[in-house]
Design a protein around this ligand. Structure first.
Ligand code: HEC
Ligand code: HEC
Length: 248
């Protein structure tokens, strides 16, 4: 069976902020000359780095959305891919050469290490821009003490995306796509979570059934409170073992 899925890598390039260096030869008298080079819909900063955040604490950042065009715009679409991310502007309408603030909050429950979240913004003139937030999730000592009392990917509102979509799915490729790709990568090449290539059948079976003892990778079998039946897990194992190595 040939599996043909385009690798849809979201490469989050970190572009450097523009410095406010002036060109020595050309004295700039009005600000209007510099505005020509700015994007019409401009998010500042490009990337908001919040540094270390304790797991479970909200990662919150306020961006500026600038309208550098000569017309009034309306923000028609503001989207985050993960349900853990909320984004709300002070105002949806922005006057010409004006700005509004965009507050972005990420629920860091069950996250670990280096996390990047993107919010995609579209205005009524069709301009698109992206607000990028990054932070490093560190252990919360308070959580470690009350084991089991903390939510994992199958609990509460997380279940809507990380549990329910897997229930009853028969086709293994589909199952992988809705339940695993978001963490292990489109082709199991590894992303937030490790690559699933080159693993023994016994290890795959053990981990998928019983988990890794943490909340990002709990046991997926129904016996362990997960969404997958033994038949589904068996199908997934066969499919994973037959996966061709990802192209480099
Ligand atoms: C609306 C669907 C949705 C909901 C609800 C949701 N997630 Fe996710 N989750 C995703 C998607 C999609 C990704 C892939 C990364 C991305 O696109 O941001 C993801 C990625 C993750 C990751 C990998 C790290 C990362 O952030 O990229 C973890 C861990 C995670 N989710 C945990 C949770 C937890 C815990 C909850 C509940 C508090 C939750 N998710 C709720 C859709 C969702
Ligand atoms: C919310 C993110 C997330 C989702 C969804 C997820 N995993 Fe994982 N998975 C992880 C993380 C993180 C680890 C590594 C945990 C550790 O090292 O403690 C992991 C580890 C694994 C491992 C062990 C890898 C190794 O190197 O030992 C396997 C196998 C695995 N996952 C399979 C799956 C399969 C199959 C699915 C879908 C049914 C899935 N995972 C869904 C986050 C996720």
């Amino acid at each position: 069976m040939v599996r043909y899925i385009s690798i849809c890598c979201l490469i989050l390039g970190l572009t450097a902020c523009t410095t406010e260096q002036e060109q020595a030869e050309i004295p700039i008298e009005t600000t209007s000359t510099t505005e020509a080079v700015l994007p019409a819909l401009h998010i500042q900063p490009d990337v908001y780095d919040l540094g270390d955040i304790k797991e479970g604490e909200a990662a919150i950042a306020t961006f500026l959305i600038r309208n550098n065009s000569q017309q009034s715009i309306e923000l028609v679409d503001i989207q985050a891919s993960c349900g853990c991310t909320a984004a709300e502007p002070d105002s949806y309408i922005i006057a010409p050469n004006s700005f509004t603030q965009l507050k972005v909050a990420v629920d860091t429950t069950a996250k670990q290490d280096d996390i990047k979240k993107a919010v995609y913004i579209t205005d009524s003139l069709g301009h698109k821009a992206t607000a990028m937030l990054r932070f490093n999730v560190i252990d919360n000592p308070h959580f470690a003490m009350k084991k089991g009392g903390v939510k994992g990917i199958f609990d509460g509102q997380c279940a809507a995306c990380h549990f329910e979509p897997l229930v009853g799915v028969k086709e293994p490729s589909k199952l992988y796509e809705v339940g695993c790709a978001m963490c292990h990568g489109q082709d199991a090449e590894g992303a937030y979570a490790p690559s699933l290539h080159g693993q023994t059948l016994a290890h795959l079976k053990q981990v998928i059934t019983h988990g890794m003892g943490n909340r990002q990778m709990p046991g997926f079998s129904t016996a362990n409170g997960g969404p997958l039946t033994d038949v589904q897990i068996q199908g997934l194992l066969t499919w994973l073992q037959a996966l061709p190595e990802p192209k480099k």
